[in-house]
Design a protein around this ligand. Structure first.
Ligand code: GDP
Length: 190
């Protein structure tokens, strides 16, 4: 997809704080450090649009980015249950689950997985949750450049075998491999 405009619109840290439903939305989910900010920036061709995970305050919010005035990319907070003050950990559930369950304009969710680690418990649970609420999902294997060609192919095949019916796309924010393929999967939801 050719990006003619991309900008941060708003963020919410509390259920119900989302903007009024407007254009169709695609959400990105993944544990901290999976490469979500890098992927968002490279997908949009805007360096620095999504701040890195280490920026305080932004990581536990749902962030909304308007793309080409017709699509919202929605950056969900990383589900690192093990980190952060207890109150913030407890807030993740209602905030994200509420969004994923009730958002009328949400068309699909890309779940990011580190290509070297594959599916872990949290990703499996999230995908199961998405299936249970009827949301289309895709899996993006990030940091693909960190694997050799043969390993990368095996990692993608392994994910595809584990997840019948779920599109699996390999991605590298460094080389931008997978950008066209990922946009194809995401825009098919629109
Ligand atoms: P986030 O916490 O999911 O937003 O993760 P970031 O986008 O901040 O990335 C976490 C770390 O992984 C950073 O040091 C990035 O430079 C690195 N990283 C992200 N994507 C890639 C990638 O495609 N290839 C490589 N080699 N490193 C990446």
């Amino acid at each position: 997809m050719k990006i003619t405009g991309a900008r941060f619109v708003t963020a919410t840290a509390v259920p119900g704080g989302e903007p009024s439903p407007g254009p169709p939305e695609i959400a990105l989910a993944g544990r901290s450090n999976v490469g979500k900010s890098a992927l968002l920036n490279s997908l949009l061709g805007r360096r620095g649009l999504a701040r890195t995970s280490r920026t305080p305050g932004r990581t536990r919010q749902i962030n909304f980015f308007l793309v080409n005035e017709r699509l919202l990319l929605v950056d969900l907070p990383g589900y690192g249950f093990a980190v952060g003050p207890e109150a913030e950990r407890l807030a993740w559930g209602p905030l994200v689950e509420g969004y994923l369950t009730t958002r009328p304009t949400l068309r699909g969710v890309a779940v990011l997985v580190d290509a070297r680690r594959g599916l872990e418990a949290e990703e499996g649970e999230l995908l199961e949750f998405l299936r249970s609420v009827g949301r289309p999902a895709a899996v993006v294997a990030t940091k693909l450049d960190k694997l050799g060609k043969t390993e990368a192919r095996a990692a993608l095949a392994g994910l595809a075998a584990e997840l019948p019916g779920v599109p699996v796309v390999g991605y590298s924010a460094r080389t931008v491999e997978g950008r066209v393929a990922l946009w194809r999967v995401l825009t098919a939801w629109l």
